[in-house]
Design a protein around this ligand. Structure first.
Ligand SMILES: Nc1ncnc2c1ncn2[C@@H]1O[C@H](COP(=O)(O)OP(=O)(O)O)[C@@H](O)[C@H]1O
Ligand SMILES: [Mg+2]
Length: 229
C-alpha cells in the first residue's frame, strides 16, 4: 500500500505514513493539537507534491497562516503555487443567526459529501477541520449514514483524507466515526502517575493493514509543531 508521510516523524517511523486514497480520523479535546496536526499534515502533503484542500470550519485561513508562521511554516508559498487551497466554512457559520441556523444545518444534513462534490477535480488530499461543526441535530443513525457516505466518496475519488472530529461530538455519537475510517488517532492529555504532571499523549487507535503500537505515544507541541518524545 502506498503511503503519504503524515509529517509527524514519530508516526511515519512507526507506521510508514498514511495510506494513500484512504481516510484517517483525528479526535481530541479542545487545545489537544488537532488543528496543528492537520496543518502539519497539509504541509507534508504539499511538500510531497499532492494537491491539497484544507476545509476549515472554525478558523479562517488567515488564522491558520498565523498558526503556521508560529512554527516557521510557509504555507503561503504553497497557496501561491496552487498546491494548497483553503475552503473557509467558518465565516458562513458565523453570519447565520440562530433562527437561520436550523435551516442552514437542515440544508447541510446529509450533505457532508457536498464538501466532496465541490472539490476541484484534481484534488489528491483533503483535510476537514472540524466536521463536528456540521453535525448539529443529526441523530446517531443519520450521522453514521452521512459519515459513511463521506468516507465512501473520498475513497471512490482516491483522495487521502484527514478528518478532524472534536471529542465532544465524537462521544455524542458514541465514537461510531471510528468504525468507518481506515485509521484513527486520538490526542489526549493525561496525568503521568509517576511525575504527577500532565502530558500530551496520542493513541493510534487503529490503522488497517498496518502494525500499530498498543501503548500511548508521548508528544509535545514546540516551536517545530507536533514532536514525538
Ligand atoms: N507556536 C506554538 N508553540 C508551542 N505550542 C503551541 C504553539 N501554537 C499553539 N500551541 C499549543 O497548541 C494548542 C492549540 O492547538 P490546536 O491544534 O489549535 O488545538 P485543537 O485544534 O485540538 O483545539 C495551544 O493551546 C497551545 O498549547
Ligand atoms: Mg482546532
Amino acid at each position: 500500500m502506498e503511503r503519504l508521510k503524515s509529517g509527524i516523524d514519530g508516526i511515519d517511523d512507526i507506521t510508514g505514513g498514511f495510506p494513500i486514497g484512504r481516510s484517517m480520523l483525528v479526535t481530541g479535546d479542545a487545545g489537544s493539537g488537532k488543528t496543528i496536526f492537520a496543518l502539519q499534515f497539509a504541509k507534508s502533503s504539499c511538500k510531497q507534491g499532492f494537491k491539497t484542500v484544507y476545509i476549515t470550519t472554525e478558523e479562517d485561513a488567515s488564522d491558520l497562516y498565523t498558526q503556521g508562521e508560529s512554527f516557521n511554516w510557509d504555507l503561503k508559498t504553497f497557496t501561491d503555487n496552487n498546491i494548497l487551497s483553503f475552503t473557509e466554512l467558518a465565516g458562513i457559520r458565523a453570519k447565520v443567526t440562530e433562527a437561520e441556523m436550523s435551516i442552514d444545518i437542515g440544508a447541510m444534513k446529509g450533505n457532508f459529501s457536498k464538501f466532496i462534490n465541490e472539490l476541484p477535480e484534481d484534488t489528491q488530499t483533503v483535510i476537514i477541520d472540524n466536521i463536528g461543526s456540521y453535525t448539529a441535530k443529526l441523530t446517531p443513525y443519520e450521522f453514521r449514514d452521512r459519515f459513511d457516505l463521506l468516507i465512501y466518496e473520498l475513497k471512490k475519488r482516491n483522495i487521502t483524507a484527514l478528518v478532524v472530529l472534536d471529542s465532544a461530538t465524537s462521544s455524542e455519537f458514541n465514537e461510531i466515526a471510528l468504525f468507518s475510517v481506515y485509521g484513527a488517532l486520538k490526542l489526549m492529555k493525561r496525568e503521568n502517575p509517576y511525575t504527577g504532571r500532565r502530558e500530551r499523549v496520542m493513541d493510534i487507535v487503529k490503522m488497517r493493514s498496518t502494525k500499530t503500537p498498543t501503548q500511548f505515544i508521548s508528544y509535545e507541541i514546540n516551536s517545530n509543531g507536533i514532536i514525538m518524545i
